[in-house]
Design a binder for this molecule. Structure first.
Ligand code: SF4
Length: 262
């Protein structure tokens, strides 16, 4: 088959993760652009990210917990559109739950760090570069300059904590952000800091040159395959219980004869 839609202009960390999990998912999401219905988890993630983005756009001295709470009500209109509410079948109880969980996250966050003491060099920082012929693009939650002068990628996580033996996937997106920073800004971030704001826990990992090279190479290799599958008109499906479990395209795949596990 030949795709009517053009090849995307760039590869983001989340789309790369789609492709690595299952190339067919990438086809549906990024080539055919078949919308994925909103979930409670994604809506909550967007909601909380917007509150923190607005908080950090304030001058450092004004980033108080009261100001953070001021951004909750406006986020309702921006994030909870009619389409999102329909996808979630949102009723008053669900909205109340979302607001209660957001309040809990804000409280926990202010126990994790004092945003008035943070020197952020980028908020929702958009970076695009070409690495080994692969066009990469990403939006960083925050790029901080720590007191010791090192550059740190900060990513808010609103889901559950990884288990103690967290795998390389936990840091995969942020390590690709590190590639973008090094290529675009000419400086390798020293660290990645994941803020699990629902649990009030922080996980950090150092960024090494080896990691940068490995992530850049994985991304450019994936881009080569994406171009090849696109030209072939077919991205193979790689169904498995893990990859299919939370995939929005299960029904579509089954209708196309893909053996998606029940
Ligand atoms: S349902 Fe499974 S096989 Fe189909 S796109 Fe999703 S992950 Fe791939």
């Amino acid at each position: 088959m030949t795709f009517e839609q053009p090849l995307p202009k760039a590869l983001s960390p989340s789309r790369l993760a789609d492709f690595q999990a299952c190339p067919r998912r990438y086809q549906h999401a990024s080539i055919e652009r078949i919308a994925q219905p909103a979930s409670y988890a994604t809506a909550k993630g967007r909601f909380v990210h917007l509150v923190f983005e607005n908080l950090f756009l304030l001058p450092a001295g004004e980033r108080s917990i009261e100001r953070a709470r001021d951004y909750v009500a406006p986020a309702i209109d921006v994030v909870l559109t009619d389409d999102v509410r329909k996808d979630l079948a949102m009723d008053d109880a669900m909205l109340e739950r979302l607001l209660a969980e957001t309040e809990e996250i804000i409280t926990k966050y202010f126990e994790m760090e004092d945003p008035r003491a943070i020197n952020s060099e980028g908020i929702e920082l958009r970076l695009g570069v070409t690495v080994n012929d692969a066009p990469l693009f990403g939006i960083l939650d925050r790029l901080d300059r720590d007191p010791d002068g090192s550059l740190v990628i900060v990513d808010y996580k609103t889901g559950g904590l990884p288990n103690r033996n967290y795998d390389s996937q936990t840091f995969a997106n942020s390590e690709l952000y590190a590639v973008l920073c090094q290529e675009k800004l000419g400086e390798r971030p020293a660290k990645i800091r994941l803020l699990y704001v629902a649990q009030g826990e922080t996980i950090e990992r150092n960024v090494t040159e080896v990691v940068i090279k490995a992530r850049a190479s994985a991304a450019s290799g994936a881009w080569e395959r994406i171009k090849r599958y696109y030209d072939d008109g077919d991205f193979p499906a790689t169904p498995s219980s893990n990859t299919c479990r939370f995939c929005a395209y299960k029904d579509l795949c089954r209708s196309e004869g893909v053996p998606v596990p029940r």
